[in-house]
Design a protein around this ligand. Structure first.
Ligand code: SF4
Length: 288
């Protein structure tokens, strides 16, 4: 039986992107190929907030996610990839994950809820394991899955075929299943390198499997210029999906500083605006 290292598993309202407002189960996997320490910092400066938390953790270990401090700079889900917090993410068999999912669904079965597989970077190490999870008979009622990815991980051919088969309609019927790739490609404001973060061929392949959109985290006009350059590269490679921009801000103070400005950028450029509903609604606490 397949195992996945699970950082968080919870039920909430999707706060971002296409399914904003939809009740969703979030499976947050452990591991990421980036650090994104540049978010919320001046250009070229990297946040050290996580290192401070990590130091505190080495003295007096946090035992639960909910006790970990929220950060206002860098990656807001740092504990889902930082090696110092890996012990907070148990390795679980797919049966255990499914039982927990059924337990947290409001009717203890899939109805109109949506599954978000997020991270960390969820396409980094667990693609084979998702097949076991999604094809289990208890997941039969599941109709909509979103992978929240940074758009750098190629789909393994077996997994790609599996997803294409999963959403295939029975003969003569329309499919009632949908797969979405919400691609939060990292611009220079994340602190990551352009050539490692903007990989149009990888993202174009997602479009062969499901509805795919780009969702850039931006704060300033300079970020918007970077987003425009990235969109140009994706389009040149054949990417057809829509573009969203979303404000920086894992905490309300930062989010409130730039959300309106980002909405105005979206209007000016003809892009879509994605909120971060989990920030005003739930203060972006762990498990929301
Ligand atoms: S890609 Fe996402 S999860 Fe990974 S470090 Fe960046 S913001 Fe965090």
């Amino acid at each position: 039986m397949s195992k996945i290292k699970v950082a968080e598993l919870f039920y909430s309202i999707q706060g971002e992107g296409r399914y904003m407002g939809v009740p969703s189960v979030f499976l947050r996997t452990f591991g990421c190929n980036f650090k994104c320490a540049g978010f919320g910092m001046p250009r070229g400066v990297l946040s050290t907030e996580v290192e401070t938390i990590s130091f505190a953790h080495s003295n007096t270990p946090f035992t639960h996610y909910k006790d970990l401090p929220l950060v206002s700079t860098g990656c807001d889900s740092y504990a889902s990839w930082h090696p110092d917090f890996k012990d907070l993410s148990p390795m679980l068999e797919s049966d255990a994950i499914i039982n927990r999912i059924i337990e947290i669904l409001p009717y203890n079965e899939w109805r109109d809820e949506h599954l978000v597989i997020t991270g960390g970077e969820p396409l980094l190490g667990w693609q084979r394991a998702y097949e076991d999870l999604i094809s289990n008979h208890k997941m039969r009622g599941l109709k909509e899955i979103t992978f929240e990815t940074n758009g750098t991980q190629k789909l393994q051919s077996g997994f790609k075929t599996f997803l294409q088969e999963w959403k295939k309609p029975p003969l003569g019927l329309n499919s009632d299943k949908e797969i979405t790739f919400s691609v939060s490609a990292k611009l220079p404001c994340s602190g990551e390198k352009w050539e490692e973060a903007i990989l149009p061929e990888v993202v174009c392949e997602y479009e062969e499997v499901g509805y795919t959109y780009l969702k850039f985290v931006v704060a300033t006009d300079r970020d918007a210029v970077d987003a425009e350059m990235a969109v140009h590269e994706y389009r040149k490679a054949g990417f057809k999906g829509p573009v969203y921009v979303m404000p920086v801000g894992g905490v309300e103070r930062v989010y409130n500083l730039n959300n309106r400005h980002v909405a105005e950028i979206a209007m000016r450029k003809g892009w879509r605006y994605s909120d971060r509903l989990q920030v005003p609604l739930f203060k972006n606490e762990w498990g929301t």
